[in-house]
Design a protein around this ligand. Structure first.
Ligand code: WTA
Length: 647
């Protein structure tokens, strides 16, 4: 299959960090001599005491042990804030663009230091110390970054919970890590509407459901008032009122945990992915610098949410470690209308824009109105992340947003990888719409068949990574066995990504999507099992099976098969109830698109649901269902096809 190839635009080529030759030789160097390569790269951080060890990693069965820079000490917050004070104190660290068009503010590195230090002292007053866990459930405001950095400053491990999650999901995450404090806001604002954050936290903590939580800190972001619980709740501004701006950064070991971030997997319980300090920071900083070819005066905008890993690595830790001005946007790309992104770019003279295909498709759906009212001529580089970008969306992004002048870096990576692993680095390569192209330094991607045999040349298979890189997750919180089971047991001695990929005749990678039971809905990662457990928790549901199907805007839609309990009437009223139920139990991002009543599900004789068949029916592509002879009752399939909803 030959793809249209776009050359790197000249504007980027002239003085980019990389060209095809320098990329190739640096890559070669990184994989043939990782020790020396990463020893040198580690110097990009400021260490309190230097490391003598660099890479100590094992993917061996029974001994998954990943350590980088293990005997060095440092502090992530110090690297993002304090060390810039000498040269960049007055430089803007964060530009905040509020939900409404005329609401904005700029925070210098000096102010960032003051705010973070004060808040860290506030947390100390609440008894937070090194090693404690702190949950952060915040809107996209600068205080979300202050909270993360303040935890890092104290050596407390933060766990940011996406502000779209419901009380149940909050409680699960808070309890899994045993958080001592929850930091939230009275209300968030998105697309002109209020999001009730404090009430969600109250509900999550009600009936002593989260016994480890001692305090809740509440940022007063809007004027909405909610009851405060005596002894437990404290306002952010009151907490820091008398706090000093002097708060020494804790000396942390490189392998001390920096944060936990929950993500969805194939089973019901979300996984607490653990990232540590040294390797993660080296990797976030380096990938940020190279992927976006960062310059000192750049204004850089990653339009993700801090509730996801992209917000951690590429709104907060990577850019701030590099002293880059990072823009935080509270709102949505379509509010007040689809011209918002372009206007924000012009207003703040944004040079680099990093967003998700789902946002691009939402704008593209409105023709060229997204480009109206803005010139976007400050843009130099565009980025894409979170899901495969279809060539139509790629071309539209390139031409309409980027005026055919800016390369698109289509970055493939995961919560577990900490940073970008595969991308078309400027100007290391030409671009092929839809292809993530080349591995980052030190990253060895390979394709294997279902038996784990390595596939050579132009081919398609399961994507594995052969060796460790500094940004890799170290474990799952409290469950190292599950870590091994999930990532290192399908194929031995390598990291299994859960993604499929194709490699073309030039050796470039095309990510084809998840090969496990993980969905990617509007760039949000969801486990089918999580949605299923929410559904079966409803008294009318006997059994539920959830699959994804191709969706024009969202990438994937959610298709649900439900068997009701005997005697329950399966009607439209119940469908509505179940939709509301899932939104409430889990999150509005998990809203089912279709619910099909299914008196029976296709199961093997051993009782295993054949999802392959359900996926095909949901995708309205049932002509070739493959072998159904192993089904306990093959007639179930005909009835499901007959009553399918996505036609
Ligand atoms: C998918 C987000 C294709 C992939 C950073 C991966 C992508 C999952 C891309 C991780 C891309 C991410 N092209 N697919 N450029 N980027 N994915 O953990 O399936 O929220 O496994 O991390 O998103 O999602 P997560």
């Amino acid at each position: 299959m030959s793809a249209h190839v776009y050359p790197m635009p000249d504007a980027v080529k002239t003085d980019a960090r990389l060209n095809p030759e320098t990329y190739a030789s640096k890559y070669q160097d990184s994989v043939s001599n990782p020790e020396a390569f990463w020893a040198k790269e580690g110097e990009r951080l400021t260490w309190f005491s230097p490391y003598s060890k660099v890479k100590q990693t094992s993917f061996a069965p029974g001994n998954i042990d990943i350590q980088w820079y293990a005997d060095g000490t440092l502090n992530a917050c110090y690297n993002c804030v304090d060390r810039h004070l000498a040269e960049r104190a007055d430089k803007t660290a964060i530009i905040w663009e509020g939900d409404e068009v005329d609401v904005q503010k700029s925070i210098s590195f000096r102010e960032l230091h003051e705010q973070v230090a004060k808040f860290a002292n506030g947390l100390k007053k609440l008894g937070v110390k090194k090693g404690d866990r702190v949950a952060i459930y915040m809107p996209m405001v600068p205080e979300a970054a202050y909270a993360m950095l303040a935890c890092a400053r104290l050596g407390a491990v933060h766990s940011v919970i996406f502000a779209g999650f419901s009380p149940n999901a909050i409680a699960d995450r808070v309890n899994d890590c045993g958080a001592k404090v929850v930091i939230t806001s009275n209300e968030g604002r998105r697309g002109g509407k209020g999001v009730p954050l404090k009430p969600n936290v109250d509900e999550a903590l009600s009936d002593d459901a989260c016994p480890t939580v001692e305090h809740v800190v509440i940022l007063k972001h809007t004027d909405v008032a909610y009851d405060m619980q005596d002894g437990r709740d404290v306002w952010w501004h009151e907490l820091i009122g008398d706090c000093d701006t002097d708060c020494p950064a804790e000396v942390m070991n490189a392998e001390d945990p920096l944060f936990i971030l929950y993500t969805s997997g194939s089973t019901g319980q979300p996984k607490g992915v653990v990232h540590t300090t040294g390797g993660y920071m080296v990797y976030a900083s380096m990938t940020h610098e190279y992927t976006f070819d960062i310059r000192e005066d750049d204004v850089y905008w990653c339009a993700a949410d801090v509730g996801w890993v992209t917000g951690h690595s590429y709104i907060v830790y990577g850019p701030l470690a590099n002293g880059t001005t990072t823009l935080m946007f509270e709102g949505v790309p379509t509010y007040p209308d689809v011209s918002r992104i372009g206007k924000v770019v012009d207003k703040h003279k944004v040079n680099i824009l990093y967003t998700a295909p789902t946002a691009i498709r939402a704008l593209m759906a409105k023709g060229d109105s997204a480009a109206k009212g803005s010139k976007r001529d400050t843009l130099r580089i565009l980025g894409s992340v979170g899901e495969p970008i279809n060539p139509e969306a790629w071309e539209w992004y390139y031409k309409t947003i980027g005026n055919s002048r800016c390369p698109i870096v289509d970055t493939w990576w995961q919560t577990e990888t900490g940073g970008i692993l595969i991308a078309p680095f400027p100007a290391a390569t030409d671009m092929k719409p839809g292809s993530a192209m080349l591995p980052f330094f030190g990253v060895k991607p390979k394709l294997v068949d279902n038996e784990g045999q390595e596939l050579q040349g132009a081919t398609e298979g399961n994507l594995i990574i052969e060796d460790s890189w500094p940004g890799q997750a170290r474990t799952l919180w409290g469950d190292h066995e599950r870590f091994e089971q999930t990532y290192f047991s399908t194929y031995k001695n390598v990291y299994f990504t859960g993604d499929g990929a194709r490699r073309d005749e030039d050796g470039d990678f095309w990510i084809t999507g998840r090969v496990d039971d993980v969905l990617n809905v509007s760039g949000h990662r969801l486990g089918t099992a999580e949605i299923e457990s929410a559904l079966v928790a409803h008294e009318c549901v006997a059994e539920a099976a959830v699959v994804g199907y191709p969706h024009d805007l969202k990438g994937q839609g959610i298709y649900v098969y439900v068997t009701v309990v005997d005697g329950v009437e399966a009607n439209d009223e119940l469908k509505k109830t179940l939709v509301q139920w899932v939104r409430k139990e889990l999150s509005p991002i998990a809203t089912p698109d279709y619910i099909q009543w299914s008196p029976g599900l296709p199961k093997t004789r051993s009782g295993k649901i054949m999802r392959r068949i359900l996926r095909k029916i949901a995708g309205n592509d049932y002509s070739n269902l493959g072998d159904t002879s192993t089904l306990a009752d093959p007639s179930v399939v005909d009835s499901l096809i007959e009553n399918r909803l996505n036609r």
